[in-house]
Every structure is written in C-alpha cells, then in structure tokens.
Design a protein around this ligand. Structure first.
Ligand code: GLP
Length: 241
C-alpha cells in the first residue's frame, strides 16, 4: 500500500487521471474499474479534458462500475447509470457496448451478479480500479462486516450510508435500502487500485484503513494486502495518519 498525499483534491485528481491516460496509451484495450460518489468527479473532469486534447482515447477500452442501487432505472437522476453518463460517458469516446454497470432492475439479482462476475472474467479482469471510501470505510457498497472475499452480490445499506447519500435524492426516504455491488474479493483482483479520499470527513476512515488492523469492519483496510494499491489523499484526509 502506497500513500500519496497531494496538496489539493485537484492535484490528486490530475495525478490519477494522468495514470489512467498513461495506461490507455500503453494498453488501449485496458479494462477500467470505475466508481461513483463526489470524490472521483474531478478525475472524470480531468479525463474529459485529456480526451478533448487528444491525450486519452477510450475507443478500445472497457469499463466496469462498482455498484448500483436496486430498484432504480438507468434514467433515475440518482442512479449510478445516470451519474456515469453525466460525468463521463457522454463526454468521451467509450464504445457503449463495452461499459458495464450492475443492473438495478434485474429480476433475478443473483443471476445478474453472477453474470457481472463472468463478464469481468471474460474481459480478463480489471486493470485499474478507481475507488472512493465511505466515512465508515466502505468501498463500492461493501459495508462494514462485508466478507473480505465477497463477490458481486446484493447488499443492504447501513443507516449511515443511506444518510450520507441522501443528498443525491429529493428526500432521505427515497434512498434505496438495497444495492448491487462488486465484492471486496472482486475489487482485490484488480491489477492496480487507486483509492481517493479528500477532506477532514474522510480522515478517520483513512487512518483506520491505512494504520488499523485489517478487518471486515473497515472494508478498505483489506487494501493493505493488495500489492499495488495506492491511497491518493489530500492533506485534510491525511490529517489523522
Ligand atoms: C457511495 C459509493 C462509494 C463511494 C462513497 C463515498 O457509497 N457507493 O463508491 O466511495 O459513496 O462517496 P463520496 O465520494 O461522495 O464521499
């Protein structure tokens, strides 16, 4: 685990976007693992600019997103399908047939999760996984107590995560209770991982993940076992290290 402290969130996002662009030029058919939440938006903004300058070509790449809310249609403004369209996909040249997000509308959820895993395997795994972190140390929607070897599956959100994500919905009651998420085991198989976190509000989760024991109660702590995981944070998120 490598800790990279950048002076500002903007600098951190520029650094990670640069790493993604380098991967794409070395391996045009790279498989990216993408994340939602407010943290990676700056990375997507940088990638869009790199693309506009001809420095990032997504035409041969593939993308797998971490998670989606169960019950939300892709058009729902708070769905992660919608988020990805708005913040990245519609602005760059991904082949839409090569971008994947778990379906919030699957009638057979466990079959949909098994298919998602099979598709990641069919693409020969994820080259570079982007992650944010929840205030409780969750990654994707793997809430505390998630098995560290879990695969893509249905999860129930904790009251804290529902509250944290309520800002994306018109009312707190609207936040779904259930989600589909890649598992911790799925995430750990990515060949390279960049976890981003900014601000004081993430300082405790970062300290627990980086310096605490590896425990299912802080899912991001498992990244201590990942051979190339990089934790890219600003000064405020690093303040409890
Ligand atoms: C959600 C997402 C996570 C994300 C987290 C933190 O729970 N499923 O992938 O890391 O929110 O979001 P933010 O970056 O907005 O703090």
């Amino acid at each position: 685990m490598e800790i990279i402290i950048q002076p500002t969130p903007e600098a951190a996002c520029r650094y990670v976007a640069g790493r993604i662009a380098s991967l794409l030029s070395a391996k045009p058919a790279a498989v990216l693992g993408l994340a939602t939440g407010s943290t990676p938006v700056g990375v997507y903004r940088e990638l869009i600019q790199l693309h506009q300058r001809g420095e990032a070509d997504f035409s041969h790449a593939a993308a797998f997103n971490l998670d989606e809310y169960l019950g939300l249609a892709p058009e729902h403004p708070a769905s992660y399908h919608h988020f990805m369209q708005e913040n990245l996909f519609q602005h760059v040249n991904f082949n839409p047939g090569r971008t994947f997000i778990p379906s919030g509308q699957a009638s057979d959820v466990s079959a949909a999760c098994a298919d998602y895993e099979a598709k990641i395997r069919a693409y020969n795994g994820i080259d570079l996984q982007l992650l944010g972190i929840g205030g409780d140390g969750h990654i994707g929607f793997n809430e505390p107590s998630s098995s560290l070897s879990s695969r893509t599956r249905l999860k129930t959100l904790t009251p804290r995560t529902r509250e944290d994500n309520a800002r994306f919905f018109s009312s707190p009651e609207e936040v779904p209770h259930h989600v589909l998420t890649m598992g911790v085991g799925t995430i750990m198989e990515a060949r390279e991982i960049f976890l981003l976190a900014f601000g004081q509000g993430k300082a405790d989760a970062i300290a627990a993940s980086v310096e605490g024991p590896v425990t299912a109660n802080v899912p991001a702590s498992v990244l201590q076992f990942h051979p190339t995981a990089k934790i890219v944070i600003d000064e405020a998120a690093a303040s409890r290290l």
